[in-house]
Design a protein around this ligand. Sequence first.
Ligand SMILES: NC(=O)c1ccc[n+]([C@@H]2O[C@H](COP(=O)([O-])OP(=O)(O)OC[C@H]3O[C@@H](n4cnc5c(N)ncnc54)[C@H](OP(=O)(O)O)[C@@H]3O)[C@@H](O)[C@H]2O)c1
Length: 345
Amino acid sequence: MIKAAIVGGSGYTGVELLRILHRHPHVEVVSVTSRKHAGTPVASLFPSLSSVYTLKFQAPDIPALSRSCDVVFTAVPHQTAMSIVPELLAEGTKVIDLSADFRIRDRAVYEAWYVPHTAPELLDEAVYGLTEIYREKVAGARLVANPGCYPTSAILPLYPLLKEGLVAGEGIVVDSKSGTSGAGRSASLATIFCEVNEAFKAYKVGEHRHTPEIEQELSAAANKETVINFTPHLVPMSRGILTTIYAQTAEGVTTGDVLTALADYYAGARFVRIRPEGEFPNVSHVRGSNFCDIGAKVDQRTGRAILVSAIDNLVKGASGQAVQNMNIMFGLEEAAGLDALALFP
Ligand SMILES: NC(=O)c1ccc[n+]([C@@H]2O[C@H](COP(=O)([O-])OP(=O)(O)OC[C@H]3O[C@@H](n4cnc5c(N)ncnc54)[C@H](OP(=O)(O)O)[C@@H]3O)[C@@H](O)[C@H]2O)c1
């Protein structure tokens, strides 16, 4: 059995890792950390895990975790991750970091959008864990930078189309709507019931930190610098992201061309489902599952491809993709532990 630990196990991505890893045939979770809840049984904080997990939260002891585990998931805020990952790696464990700290390859770009980086020596080594695109690099990685939720929903539909030159890199618009678990479990005014219920708003317009992450990967696909407009929205649901993308098509490109290119690129990909022509994704078809559903139409009047994707932000957008990456890093079946279908309806 692979011994796994979760640093930051009392948050939303942490409890999602526990939910997913419970079904995993080759993984045993041996330690889960929380500073605030140290000593509390995991099942007391999360009754959904009662009679399944007998573990108690522990205060993080990074050297001890590194010595006793084969893999550590760091499900902590950015800046915290960069302060613990070097020590975890030094003792030989593998790390899958769910924060943004190792996603941006260019230190200056990271620091322009986030904070000064205290472990820049690891930026070259970290593998961006968008599994369907970097599967081979993930297989040999010590440190995987698990992608952000919005970036997963934006990059998966666009990457093959930019690579094949079916859409232009210029003028791409990414419009995303997310459930409130995307903001984590800490209390904040913006995510309390009365602020979110019956409400629907854009936030961080033109300045969301996932913008450079999306641009980094789209630039790699297009083989030239690509900038986008990205607008996230908060919708009154617990989980799920629906992203709608507008991109100028090359001359003569049809809906059929776009759908064929997507289907070809993701032919062997278990967790990407391309919807048939005329059908579009719905977050309720992926909730609780590791799937990313993608639909597409080319509007011949405007010459734009309209791409729609749906993911569960806590699964394909975080903990599910993290487990998918772990499976590849340890040579396991990519879908191990990830066979849950959507909770529909
Ligand atoms: N929520 C999503 O949809 C989503 C999707 C993709 C990626 N992510 C990323 O995944 C990470 C976790 O997100 P989340 O939504 O699970 O956050 P969360 O619900 O706020 O949980 C954060 C966890 O980190 C721990 N923590 C906070 N500061 C710490 C520190 N200095 N040292 C050790 N542990 C610390 C917290 O426990 P204690 O404070 O008790 O120690 C808690 O368990 C973030 O970087 C986030 O950006 C989130």
